[in-house]
Design a protein around this ligand. Structure first.
Ligand code: XMP
Length: 326
């Protein structure tokens, strides 16, 4: 990551006109930097990498090769959205890697959160590297680095995402949004025509659902988590909380309790709701979800999701709790 300072007089991109001007400038700069060479990009489907992908597709079309690694820890529908938007609508050069089994095999019986993070981060790099080695004539690596990443690279976020490509992989970096703040990246994403759900996506940790399927991950519990999380998101969309709450998700611990379903004993996992508001993720407060919404979510999750028989709401602010459970 380059060490760079945003010029003091750089105008904040707040509307579509300013975004279009930025896009035009960056398209010219990227064309000049890259010429007719190929550029590689790890496309997670997050805001930053998606905006970089759309910008580079505009600048250099099929010279950009996007690699989307589905590690099996994505939320419901996310990988499908990447394929729909980039593979189909934008007709990008997209390599889709289905790697769920690879990741879950490595994570089998691993309960320690930091070890899980290291395995997920390390394997991600390996899969990406394998795909990169299959390609020829790639001289550039595009990254969705944004300005807060540069400012915070020595700070709290540093421990989160592990690893980097091996040293013999000497790519020149293409980082077109590195001087932008998150709100500006979103305005640019809108101007590039990316879907709202992609541009206004809430923050999602690199290790994905891996740190929300608490303890040692199993396929069935991961599936239950993904389905419960999708219901939470759907109900937040329906009642207008989606645009208001900073981050919300489900965590599923690896213990069961007894319950009753269809007149029979039903042993299942609890689904824990987390819904927090924050400025910078260093401290966080709890959203006061209306009781009716909580009841509806509880009803749907306990009836629709196989394996879950209780829903609880985590009322703990940060500090003393962290936002994630692991
Ligand atoms: P905590 O749990 O530390 O989370 O209060 C603060 C913010 O960071 C996100 N988070 C991560 N992001 N890789 C990431 O890219 C990670 O390993 C990771 N762990 C936590 C979390 O979702 C919250 O927004």
């Amino acid at each position: 990551m380059s060490v760079i300072k945003r010029p003091d007089d750089m105008q904040r991109i707040t509307n579509v006109e300013l975004a279009e001007k930025f896009i035009e400038e960056q398209v010219a700069l990227v064309k000049e930097q890259v010429g007719n060479k190929k550029v590689l990009l790890a496309l997670s489907g997050g805001v930053d990498s998606s905006v970089v992908a759309a910008l580079l597709i505009k600048a250099i079309g099929k010279q950009l090769i996007c690699v989307h690694v589905n590690h099996g820890l994505m939320r419901k529908g996310e990988s499908e959205l990447v394929v729909k938007v980039f593979g189909k609508e934008l007709d990008a050069n997209l390599v889709y890697v289905e790697a769920e089994d690879r990741f879950l095999d490595l994570l089998k019986d691993v309960a320690d959160p930091e070890t899980k993070r290291k395995i997920i981060g390390g394997e991600f790099i390996r899969v990406f590297e394998e795909e990169a080695r299959k390609l020829t004539d790639v001289e550039f690596l595009a990254q969705g680095t944004i300005y807060p990443d540069i400012i915070e690279s020595k700070g709290v976020k540093a421990h989160h995402n592990v690893g980097g490509l091996p040293e013999d992989f000497a790519f020149e970096l293409v980082e077109p949004v590195k001087l932008l703040y998150k709100d500006e990246v979103r305005v640019v994403g809108d101007a590039l025509g990316l879907p709202h759900e992609m541009v206004y996506r809430q923050p999602f940790p690199g290790p994905g659902l891996g740190v929300r399927c608490l303890g040692a991950i199993t396929k069935d519990r991961l599936h239950a988590l993904r389905e419960a999380d999708a219901i939470l998101r759907e109900e937040f969309d329906n009642c207008g909380l989606a645009g208001k709450v900073w981050q919300y998700f489900i965590a599923v611990p690896d213990f069961k309790s007894v319950g009753v379903r269809d007149g029979k004993r039903y042993v299942g996992w609890p689904a824990i709701i987390r819904a927090v508001n924050t400025e910078d993720a260093m401290t966080a407060t709890i959203e006061e979800i209306p009781y009716e919404v909580l009841k509806k979510i509880t009803d749907r999750i306990t009836h629709e999701v196989e394996g879950i028989n209780r829903v609880v709401y985590d009322l703990t602010p940060k500090p003393i709790g962290t936002i994630e459970w692991e």
